[in-house]
Ligand binder design. Structure first.
Ligand code: LMR
Length: 399
């Protein structure tokens, strides 16, 4: 028997709702099971292959990499330089003295770093309790990342699941009531979990209120290229980034380069003045150092090798185009297959939030071997044109 220790005071935590689906699905012996759970892309054989451009880059890296010595808290500088125009736009030069880019462990690392930077700034500015605004529903990790970094989360309703509509008026009135210096977290594209993105007029209106109220946008851009195209998917976010003097982008290459477990992300911070940007940069580097010292290298190095080579970049873009086309074909087949699913045809990215109860999601799993998140989120990339009818039948059986 061991005497009580502080660890006895820990409270049990539930398993992560998304990640626990991986094991549940894997352990189901039924041959016709469907995995619409965690957000990974699948091809029309149900596989999540390593992209060809990534394989080729791995070969080159194996041949040419001469050292695995430390790089520094900013990670691979060339990686963030090459990625920057994809995020902010080619030909839209960002002055180097008002822009910071660092490599992070996935988009999650970028969000964490952004949250800690804001918290450090707000503590020094004596603004305790300054808020980060989240539209609900949102990725279940958003609020815990923000609160565990010391920020206060405020929410507004972004989406009505029953009617499959964006509640834009509610969003605007929340943002109009936000205080200067509050952070507003926005999904850049392919909203996770609802799949419904703002249109350009709505983005423009958000950009205006962000500028008027002095809000700090934090754009979570984790699915660029999987909606309508690389440029199209960043267009709305760029309106907001242009409108705000200070802005943050948490970027992930995990999906659009298929690098999931390699954890490849970046945090970009735009500052209104060179002096402020220098402060942001030194604090970001310190926070990276205390969190992970430096990011894992391999995945960022692969993205760098691809983006530094015109041929590999073209191959990557073609593969990304094919992924997007396949997802959108599945969306169109679902929308055409059942009037109840018609809204899915206008949504983008891998996810939709179907108007299903947790009980119905449970029945889908128990009786039809369909694995989805309990709130009704479906990763449509887990379907193929061949399995769409099976999914529609299962939905009809539980509705
Ligand atoms: C998802 O939402 O399924 C993905 O972003 C995976 C994750 O880390 O939650």
């Amino acid at each position: 028997m061991s005497a009580p220790t502080p660890f006895d005071a820990l409270t049990p935590q539930p398993a992560d709702v998304l990640l626990s689906l991986i094991a549940l699905y894997r352990d189901d012996p039924r041959p016709k099971k469907l995995d619409l759970g965690v957000g990974v892309y699948r091809d029309d054989t149900g596989a999540t292959p390593v992209m060809r451009a990534v394989k080729a880059a791995e070969g080159r890296l194996l041949e040419t990499q001469g050292s695995k010595s430390y790089l520094g808290p900013e990670g691979d500088i060339r990686y963030t330089e090459l990625l920057q125009p994809i995020v902010f736009g080619f030909g839209r030069a960002m002055p180097a003295d008002t822009m910071v880019g660092v490599q992070t462990p996935g988009g999650t690392g970028a969000l964490r770093l952004a949250a800690e930077l804001v918290n450090a700034a707000q503590k020094n500015a004596k603004r305790p309790g300054a808020k980060v605004w989240l539209g609900t529903p949102t990725w279940p990790n958003h609020a815990p990342i923000m609160t565990s970094a010391g920020l206060t989360v405020a929410t507004y309703r972004y989406y009505d699941q029953a009617t499959q509509t964006i509640l834009f008026d509610e969003m605007m009135s929340a943002l109009k009531g936000a205080d200067a210096g509050d952070v507003v977290l926005l999904h850049g594209c392919c909203h996770n979990p609802v799949g419904a993105d703002l249109d350009q007029a709505q983005w423009r209106a958000v950009a205006e209120v962000v500028a008027e109220r002095g809000l700090i946008p934090l754009i979570d851009l984790a699915y660029q290229g999987l909606g309508d195209g690389l440029e199209e998917d960043a267009a709305g976010a760029r309106l907001v980034l242009d409108a705000a003097p200070d802005a943050l982008v948490a970027y992930s290459c995990d999906k659009n380069f298929g690098l999931y477990r390699e954890r490849v992300g970046a945090l970009y911070a735009k500052g209104g003045t060179p002096a402020r940007t220098a402060l942001m940069r030194s604090n970001i580097l310190l926070l990276a150092r205390v969190n992970w010292s430096m990011p894992p290298d391999h995945g960022g190095a692969l993205v760098r090798v691809i983006l530094d080579d015109a041929g590999l970049t073209a191959e990557w873009r073609a593969e990304l185009d094919a992924m997007r086309t396949r997802i959108n074909q599945v969306r169109q087949a679902l929308a055409a297959g059942d009037a109840w699913l018609a809204p899915l045809g206008h949504q983008r990215g891998m996810f939709s939030l179907l108007p299903l109860s947790p009980e119905q999601v449970g029945l889908l799993r128990r009786d039809h071997a369909v694995y989805m998140v309990g709130n009704g989120r479906a990763n449509l990339a887990g379907l193929t044109l061949a399995t769409v009818p099976q999914f529609i039948d299962a939905l009809r059986a539980v509705r």
